[in-house]
Design a protein around this ligand. Sequence first.
Ligand code: G4P
Ligand code: NA
Ligand code: NA
Length: 189
Amino acid sequence: MELLEERIKKDGVVLPGDVLKVNSFLNHQIDPQLMMTLGQEFARLFKDAGVTRVLTAEASGIAPGIMAAYCLGVPMVFARKKKPSTVTDAVYTAEVFSYTKQVTNTISVEAKFLDANDRILVIDDFLANGEAAKGLISLAEQAGAEVVGVGVVVEKAFQGGHDWLVNHGYHLEALASIKEFADGQVIFN
Ligand code: G4P
Ligand code: NA
Ligand code: NA
């Protein structure tokens, strides 16, 4: 997506360890107009998938997730990373290992917010090694729901997540696909 690539080139900062910092419009300050445009693009890409619910993870998945859900006319649910003290009902949980932080988090969603009849669109901000996406897919599948798509704002295609999802037959769409970082510059596919 041209608009997003231009914004990444303008405002993104490549950090050591192959990390792209985009906290001026996606991960800290959030550009609502851009998010709506991304949501419209996700809705266009998945319009024939029969999506009934968007599933994302807090915190950074919520902004693109809510816009995609709004444009598709479906609800959005986000997996929590901390177990809320108010949860007394059944929950689905999945373990997510973060390579960047070298910690395992348990993500969870209340069972009542995922249905066996759901056709789930998983949305996230970044796809790197794919651990977050795998965890979200696991939550959906525990509910007996079908994952009909995975949409990410930015993928680092040279890390493992892209290949894993495609090899396992998931319909993956990345609005910006990074081939590599070279001398502090972002090279797109
Ligand atoms: P994975 O989920 O694809 O396996 O990736 P990894 O463990 O490496 O990522 C851990 C966290 O870092 C995730 O956010 C992920 O979205 C984010 N991340 C991975 N690579 C990049 C990158 O190049 N740039 C940025 N900005 N983020 C990246 P999280 O821990 O779930 O945090 P939150 O922001 O959702 O709270
Ligand atoms: Na994320
Ligand atoms: Na993140």
